[in-house]
Design a binder for this molecule. Structure first.
Ligand code: FMN
Length: 153
């Protein structure tokens, strides 16, 4: 598994007045018909806590190579200590999930199932809204390894 590489995403969520988001590598399309996508959130992350506090929509942003600054903010900082959303531009999207201004390719997914896998929880998503601008090559796990996760995995 240590040899694998994957595209990175920034997943955001809102529950009531709470907002959260983090950089995610555990993410994959898992069905074509119907379209389904799976996200793995570490149970230690604030994003997981907000996602489990009644949120039924996650926004999944594609992270292109040139968006390392946002990757560092969302992967290297935890919302337990800093307000990430005070440090970037965003607008409320479906279900209140923040849509990040710097990332043009995203979809919002309705949470169909929560699957306890171990130290990560799976969120099975049904896409309900999206914007696609084809913003280039993805930032990948290996390229972003220099980012020290804001929370222990
Ligand atoms: C390259 C990379 C990949 C990561 N992949 C995941 C992941 O798949 N799932 C996850 O929950 N956290 C992942 N993280 C960790 C979180 O992005 C990080 O701990 C973040 O600071 C958590 O923020 P939060 O506490 O505000 O939710 C990854 C971090 C990096 C640097």
């Amino acid at each position: 598994m240590a040899q694998l590489d994957y595209s990175l995403f920034i997943v955001t969520v809102a529950a009531g007045e709470e907002r959260a988001g983090c950089l995610v590598g555990f993410a994959s399309q898992v069905s074509i018909h119907p379209p389904r996508f799976l996200i793995g959130l570490s149970v230690k992350n604030r994003t997981y806590r907000v996602a489990s506090a009644g949120a039924n929509t996650l926004a999944v942003h594609f992270v292109p190579e040139q968006a390392e600054e946002l990757a560092l903010l969302f992967g290297g900082e935890t919302g337990d200590e800093v307000d990430k959303f005070a440090q970037c531009e965003w607008r409320p999207g479906p279900g209140g999930a923040p849509i990040l201004a710097g990332l043009e390719d995203w979809f919002a997914g309705r949470v169909l199932e929560r699957l306890p896998f171990g130290d990560h929880c799976g969120y099975l998503l049904e896409p309900i809204d999206e914007e696609a601008h084809r913003s280039g090559s993805p930032l990948t796990f290996r390229r972003a390894k220099w980012i020290e996760p804001g929370h222990e995995p």
